[in-house]
Design a binder for this molecule. Structure first.
Ligand code: ATP
Length: 297
């Protein structure tokens, strides 16, 4: 039987302008190229999990602007159940991104419809209750993540939190997290420890399991029970790491829900993320289950 995953999270349209040198405040420059790319950490993780082989239900909101139907379609086309995706009056969430020729970027996220997702209704809770895991991030109001974590805990569903964007974490939410998956910057921000091994020690005082992703250096996993392992990244030629973290979390959650042990699940996620970084884009770069299986064979 397929893994069943719920994602309670954000959808954003990424508005990406490519420019030689990013403008300073008050300055106007001519850009080279512009793209609209469906994103949002919630939607990206949902697409990653669906492509990695899970049945996925998405809980969130889009606006009634032209981006709303496109964001909905991206999730539906990946096979996600969008019956719990509301359309609300007003704009969809957007991320306004400037990428310069050095690959540096600056990003403004305007939450739009995401800001209105402040909790769950009974139908959302019912959808969650039938799942193996619920994936949470911090791009919705924290009350929504807390409500989802509470509902999941009550129903015996595993909770996986990506603490991004980095910032203060509600301790009450953290108490309800089974697996925390920060990148190294988020782990340092949460713990004050720059060394991932030390950061992991500190995280395991707060959650039973954690994985710190380390970009091209792989990841570090630990459990309060004492297990600890470092998995190197696959040696590939990376062209765009956007969405690598979301691909990793989506795939990791699918493997765990299917019953894989920590090492096998980390290998599956590492393989999925390595495939994603070899292609441009976020949701567009996420590998299918067949592609992941071929690499692992
Ligand atoms: P993003 O914000 O770009 O989605 P992230 O910062 O959340 O990413 P990373 O730690 O950069 O997450 O990457 C997640 C995983 O993706 C890593 O643990 C690794 O397995 C894989 N990965 C990232 N970069 C590379 C790379 N250059 N080569 C191979 N694998 C990579």
């Amino acid at each position: 039987m397929s893994a069943r995953i719920a994602v309670v999270g954000s959808t954003n349209m990424d508005l990406v302008a490519y420019v030689g040198v990013a403008p300073r405040l008050g300055e106007t420059v001519t850009g080279r190229e512009f793209r609209t790319v469906p994103g949002g950490k919630g939607a990206n993780q949902a697409v990653a999990a669906a492509r990695a082989g899970a049945e996925v239900v998405f809980v969130g909101a889009v606006g009634n602007d032209p981006f709303g139907p496109e964001l909905r379609r991206t999730l539906a086309d990946a096979g996600c159940d969008v019956s719990r995706l509301r359309t609300v009056a007003g704009p969809s969430g957007i991320a306004h991104i400037v990428v310069d020729d050095e690959g540096g970027n600056s990003i403004i996220v305007v939450p739009g419809a995401n800001a209105g997702v402040t909790g769950l209704d009974d139908a959302d809770r019912a959808a969650l209750a039938g799942c193996d895991a619920v994936l949470l991030q911090l791009e919705l109001p924290v009350s929504a993540a807390a409500a989802a974590a509470e509902a999941a805990r009550a129903a015996g569903v595993a909770t996986v939190l990506t603490p991004a964007p980095a910032g203060e974490l509600d301790p009450a939410l953290l108490d309800l997290v089974d697996l925390l998956v920060p990148n190294e910057h988020e782990a340092a921000a949460l713990t004050g420890a720059d060394d991932p091994e030390h950061a992991l020690d500190a995280l395991l005082e707060r959650v039973p399991e954690a994985v710190i992703t380390l970009g091209g250096a792989g990841c570090l996993y630990g459990a309060r029970s004492g297990a600890r392992t470092r998995v190197p990244a696959r040696s590939v030629s990376a062209v765009d790491s956007t969405g690598a973290g979301d691909t990793f979390v989506g795939a990791l959650s699918v493997a765990r829900a299917e019953g894989a042990g920590p090492e096998a699940a980390l290998r599956f996620a590492t393989t999925a993320a390595a495939l994603a970084v070899q292609r441009v884009g976020a949701s567009t770069s996420m590998p299918s289950r067949a592609e992941i299986d071929v690499e692992l064979a």
